[in-house]
Write a protein that binds this ligand. Sequence first.
Ligand SMILES: [Zn+2]
Length: 418
Amino acid sequence: MDTETRIDIDSLRINGERLWASLMALAKIGATPKGGVCRLTLTDLDKQGRDLVLGWAKEAGMTVTIDKIGNGFMRRAGRNNSLPPIVTGSHIDTQPTGGKFDGNYGVLAGIEVVRTLNDLGIQTEAPIEVAFWTNEEGSRFVPVMMGSGVFAKAFTLEHAYAAKDTEGKSVKDELTRIGYVGEQEPGDHPIGAYFETHIEQGPVLEDNDKTIGVVQGVLGIRWFDCTVTGMEAHAGPTPMALRKDAMQVATHLMQEVVAAALRHAPHGRGTVGMVQVHPNSRNVIPGRVKFSIDLRNSTDALVDQMADEVKAYAAKLSQDTGLGIQIELVSSYPAQAFHGDCIDAVARAAKKLGYSNMPAVSGAGHDAVYMARLAPSGMIFIPCKDGISHNEIEDAKPEHITAGCNVLLHAMLERAGT
Ligand SMILES: [Zn+2]
């Protein structure tokens, strides 16, 4: 206790070299020749990764709980263990051509926080836990963010268990095979607050030359399928004025998707990523064009406003051209704002530590989105090279890895109490 009272908490720093070494050790499991990682969820390699991380947790004196969807919770006791734990975590599964940092960083940063507290014998008031969530990536089994989704009751355990990969293997069978069906009911596990550290997976921090992104929330998403129906005709004999060219009309609407996003800056996003042209022949005027519309923004009101504008434009376009335009909603994910207290804790920690920082939003989904439904939650972003992830060339600088973990340490200590 005497030593503890002499420690100046503000001067506490994690061991960046140790964290980096752990990241590189975990990245060896499923390492690809191009320097990335392929460790798909619930494979033998995933089991090896899980075993390694849990081994490190046990070496650090933590106790381990696994729930029925294979989420892992590694716990460091506090002084008052009736308090709900302050939790951090992320995922250790990767995309088929994934990188070393996506998800893995968030889990190993949590382990490094605990190792740092152990080094100095610092006890927290509330317990601290580090979680890894099953199948965040959704590459082998859908839905994405499966473990955290079951935990937050966004869908049922049975629904998740029944999901099959392309070979017809189910989540339940594969989870059983690798020995990760735990005892605990998913969600039957208190969370006092949740922090997740992650690479940004976008170019904003790098572009602004900032070390820390104080994440305000995750963008709401609306997915539509749009079909423009005209009339196929020969590209030669049909004069321009007498055509019903579905492609020409579709391109106007595609421009409007981008324009709607630009009108609702700074967080508006509008993307047409998938186009099918019928009959897709060089000398035929396209009779039908089907394309995807992906709209995102920081609040549901803003993303719905964008959708309304695109639909109104489509209605007018249809009237002016006489071509049919159908827009159908296929998926909707609500925007998720993070908790003011957690956002402030991250911002305060970054400022106290002297790291350049800026508010950030996440355009991608994370396990923290589901945790935010259950407990005050926040995220810490660090830059990644050229904003690239879900790619073997995904890269992050050691000093940024260290900085993000230091912010995590201080944000968690503020919540957990020392
Ligand atoms: Zn991730």
